[in-house]
Design a protein around this ligand. Structure first.
Ligand code: SF4
Length: 400
């Protein structure tokens, strides 16, 4: 039987200004449509739930209680973007209320809000907490104002420090901060300086991502073919490994390729993705994984608002992609995503999910990757080696 859906992602596609490296679904200068958007998302939630409730294995019971007891309802909700911190706490509260009414939210659910330091003040964090947010994820990227300006971020180093301090003083214990590596002009020392500040603040969850040149972005136009203006791949790898070593020496667990956490502070929501479990995705540009289907919503904000705002009652109007995922694909996804986790892919979990042995289905791939020294076996679990961290993309491709 399929697993119940325990996670929901809500995409908030508004930004103050588009960063030149970003290819996420996000729109600048459209914040006047926030209220209409919140209404549209609530409508999508209601419609999705009445649709999935017809499917016995996938559906969740419609319910009106504010909080669902025990382990029924959503265990995680994630407001991502775009810039979700552009929503008011009241607007966040409206979406959470809709989720509670339509699906239910567990009492100890992890409810994350992504925050851009250039959009918040001290009072906002207090209000986000009152609205039900339990985890804050702050897009710091760097504590160098020069580097932040060079990548077109709207915030300064001082605003980044303020955001961290305000999140803590509002009472948030579960805080995640993102850092970026491979930025134009960035040195290993720059990356380490930013990490040191997060360690001073005792931030329990830290993510670090390399800048990538995405086609269609201004950075792609500027740097593609001119990579000499960016740190070379050896320097970028040095930044990655020194951040990692430093975090591990401070007691953080490197639980996912780009994520470290103090024990108990791993992102429960993102673990849903990495464990290839089902999740709802609501909003313009959001993706859902409903067991056998991957569903993509339109990235066109006007179309999304028009369809959800009109009298039309068809979810198919906003769904631009529906892909059936067969058993064979699901097994590959389990491996591909599972290898992102440093604790690896478990043979027991694989056979529980698919009723076949992992080392039979993927015998050739596992042997080949182990021979290259990129993965290792411990009991029935396979995981990346230290060397494999630098070849992770090739490891993933073995299962595509
Ligand atoms: S704030 Fe985030 S989502 Fe918005 S443009 Fe910048 S990187 Fe993209």
């Amino acid at each position: 039987m399929s697993e119940r859906i325990r996670s929901a992602y809500v995409h908030i596609p508004f930004c103050v200004k588009k960063c030149p490296y970003c290819d996420f679904v996000s729109y600048a200068n459209r914040t006047d449509q926030k209220s209409a958007y919140v209404e549209a998302v609530c409508k999508e939630i209601r419609m999705t739930c009445s649709e999935t409730a017809q499917l016995p294995d996938e559906g969740q019971t419609g319910r009106s209680e504010a909080v669902v007891p025990g382990d029924a309802g959503l265990a995680t909700v994630y407001f991502g973007g775009g810039t979700p911190s552009l929503l008011s706490s009241d607007q966040i509260g409206i979406v959470l209320m809709q989720l509670r009414e339509s699906i239910g939210i567990q009492q100890n659910a992890e409810i994350t809000l992504e925050v851009n330091p250039g959009t918040v003040n001290e009072e906002d964090f207090v209000r986000f907490r009152e609205a039900g947010i339990t985890r804050i994820s702050i897009g710091i990227q760097s504590f160098s104002s020069v580097l932040l300006a060079s990548i077109g971020r709207i915030h300064t180093a001082e605003q980044a420090r303020d955001a961290v301090a305000w999140a803590k003083s509002a009472g948030f214990a579960n805080i995640s901060c993102d850092l970026m590596t491979g930025l134009p002009g960035q040195t290993v020392a720059d990356a380490l300086d930013s990490l040191d500040i997060l360690l001073e603040y005792e931030i329990p969850h830290i993510s670090f991502y390399a800048l990538t040149l995405e086609e269609g972005t201004p950075f792609f136009e500027r740097f593609h073919g001119h990579e000499e203006y960016l740190p070379d791949s050896d320097s970028e790898r040095d930044m990655y490994h020194i951040l990692l070593d430093t975090l591990q020496s401070h007691g953080y667990d490197h639980y996912e390729i780009s994520n470290c956490a103090r024990p108990g502070f791993e992102s429960r929501h993102n673990l849903t993705y990495w464990k290839a479990l089902p999740y709802y995705g609501f909003g313009c540009g959001a993706a859902s994984y409903l067991h056998t289907k991957r569903i993509g919503n339109t990235p066109d904000l006007d179309m999304y608002l028009q369809c959800m705002g009109s009298g039309k009652k068809q979810l198919s109007d906003i769904r631009t992609e529906i892909v059936e995922v067969d058993e064979k694909e699901r097994r590959k996804e389990f491996m591909l995503l599972g290898f992102r986790l440093l604790h690896g892919v478990s043979g027991q979990e694989f056979s529980d999910r698919f009723n076949v042995r992992m080392d039979e289905i993927f015998a050739v791939e596992l042997r080949d990757l182990a021979d290259r020294g990129w993965i290792m076996q411990e009991a029935d679990t396979y995981r990346l080696t230290l060397k494999g961290l630098d070849f992770a993309n090739i490891v993933f491709r073995a299962f595509v």
